[in-house]
Design a protein around this ligand. Structure first.
Ligand code: ZN
Length: 66
């Protein structure tokens, strides 16, 4: 599943942030909000893009396990 290249609301490119965000939250179990702060993603719309994409993937993974 691919993350959209740009934030729907403000147009900032988020696809290039996804890999780091995903690795740090999933593999390193870091707090998503903290990771976004450290990556300099301050706008709520862009944060929401990454967080909702992560939740979407988590849901798909859980669903396919059932
Ligand atoms: Zn945005």
């Amino acid at each position: 599943m691919m993350i959209p290249v740009r934030c729907f609301s403000c147009g900032q490119v988020v696809a290039d942030k996804w890999e780091e965000f995903s690795t740090r939250t999933k593999t390193n179990k870091e707090d998503p909000a903290k990771v976004l702060d450290e990556m300099g993603i301050k706008r709520y719309c862009c944060r929401r893009m990454l967080i909702s994409h992560k939740e979407l993937i988590d849901e798909v993974v859980n669903y396919s396990r059932k």
